[in-house]
Write a protein that binds this ligand. Structure first.
Ligand code: NAD
Length: 436
């Protein structure tokens, strides 16, 4: 299929919207990105990235210069000048576990009011099953001009840290829709991307995203549970994961023991899925347990630190890594938040370093911790070194220098970045997850 340039508006220019909009421009479409956060748009208009995502800055600038990508704070401009509207606003969960759809609803109303011709409205945000129906009802109810439209669910599977690559070279593209007109347009949009396209009804596409994230969370909690036993019986969780992963029915990815999953998606999507099941009369006990294992994993890690130091009161702890995973500045639901708060509650004094997430971490921890600008400044005179994110920079640190700087030789590694035997040979009192 030959590329037909489609005029696209992306509403919500966050971690997903900015990557999606930029990459759609990169593959040849005409893209307008809109966000109601004026500061964010102003930064993008001035070529300043509001988030850290490797490779994204270059693509934004390149596509702006090519005239394919622009940023606006007026939704009217975006909707009127586009044929397809991608909705990528956030969909947080409320305390009850129910998804807060207020951002989606308010955007749907705004689209309805400004729609002046046939539009395809695409849900990029992760939305509970049956949200497509709701969007359709809202748009029908609020549409001021009687124009035709289609609603499509096109869940996003990108991972922060590798988002550009994930979008441009995806493993699959899922499109849920109910008209052949919308299908033709969606296929035109994605025609430069080589990946299997799975076309389903809207509800199935919505469920695919939920089921995928729930399964990924399950893999993480499963291996974390295994890790807890390994430590007691003298087995090695890394070797177990490697051997299990060679079985194609299982696969290696996400079988990584650590301090539990975090980030803006897995926790919230598991909560939302549990809620959806309950609403539909099914008690999905497995998912509730997955969530519980994840919480206990963080508590067990704090206990491990405490056991190592006997007492946390007044102890100086050097924390390496704050972001929920490497190569991002995203602190949403990062395991570091619960862990550091628990350590502080027990009297520990925290110095921390993260290569990228310092500014976002400041909004979370405020003055509760000291922010350092490199590994060695963090570690100096600390009673123990604690690793919470597996940044490459930490894997390459000068361990001899670390040994000299630390007050004791204690390292508690929540991400298994070193080999325990080698660390002991180097004279460290080293503990990690699921390995002895
Ligand atoms: P985000 O908070 O980074 O971005 C959301 C953006 O929407 C913000 O910039 C916000 O200002 C904007 N917004 C909110 N209301 C608006 C309105 N009325 N008009 C215009 N803009 C508005 O969130 P995110 O991480 O990009 O996630 C967006 C969605 O994508 C969520 O549903 C999430 O679950 C899903 N998702 C996220 C990821 C990920 O890795 N972050 C991956 C796949 C799917």
């Amino acid at each position: 299929m030959k590329l037909k340039r489609i005029k696209i508006c992306v509403i919500g220019t966050g971690y997903v919207g900015l990557v999606v909009g930029t990459c759609l421009a990169e593959i040849g479409h005409q893209v307008i990105c809109f966000d109601n956060n004026k500061e964010k748009i102003k930064k993008l208009q001035n070529n300043i990235m509001p988030i850290y995502e490797p490779g994204l800055d270059k693509l934004v600038i390149k596509n702006k210069q090519a005239g394919r990508l622009s940023f606006f704070t007026e939704i009217k401009q975006g909707v009127e000048n586009s044929d397809v509207i991608f909705v990528a606003v956030h969909t947080p969960t409320q305390k009850s576990g129910e998804t807060d759809l207020s951002y989606v609803e308010s955007v749907s109303k705004e689209i309805a009011k400004t729609m002046n011709s046939y539009k395809v409205i695409v849900s990029k945000s992760t939305m509970p099953v049956e949200t497509g129906k709701k969007i359709k009802e809202i748009i029908k109810a609020y549409s001021s001009q009687n124009v035709d439209f289609d609603v499509v669910s096109n869940p996003e599977f990108l991972k922060e840290g590798t988002a550009v690559k994930d979008f441009l070279y995806p493993e699959r593209i899922v499109i849920g829709l109910e008209s052949s007109k919308a299908e033709k347009i969606m296929r035109q949009i994605y025609c430069p991307i080589k990946a299997p396209i799975i076309v389903t009804n809207i509800e199935t596409a919505e469920m695919i995203k939920h089921a995928s994230n729930a399964f990924l969370a399950t893999k993480i909690s499963f291996i974390n549970a295994i890790a807890n036993i390994c430590e007691r019986v003298g087995a090695d969780v890394e070797e177990i994961a490697q051997a299990m992963g060679l079985d194609q029915r299982i696969g290696r990815s996400f079988l990584k023991a650590g301090i539990g999953f975090g980030g803006s998606c897995l926790s919230k999507d598991v909560d939302a899925f549990v809620h959806i099941f309950a609403k539909n009369g099914y008690n999905f006990k497995l998912l509730k347990t997955i969530r519980q294992i994840n919480q206990v994993q963080k508590e067990n890690f704090v206990k491990k630190v405490k056991d190592k130091l006997q007492n946390l009161k007044g102890k100086n702890l050097a924390i390496l890594g704050l972001a929920f995973k490497p190569n991002t500045d995203d602190m949403r639901n990062a395991p570091s938040i619960d862990i550091i708060n628990m350590l502080i509650k027990q009297g520990a004094i925290i110095k921390a370093y993260d290569p990228i997430a310092k500014e976002s971490a400041k909004q979370v921890f405020k003055h509760k911790i000291t922010y350092c600008s490199n590994i060695y400044e963090t570690v100096q005179n600390a009673d123990a070194l604690i690793i919470l994110t597996e940044w490459d920079e930490f894997k390459d640190m000068d361990l001899k220098k670390i040994k000299k700087l630390l007050k004791s030789s204690k390292i508690i590694d929540g991400r298994n970045i070193f080999n325990p035997k080698k660390m002991r040979k180097l004279g460290f009192n080293y503990s990690c997850i699921g390995r002895n």
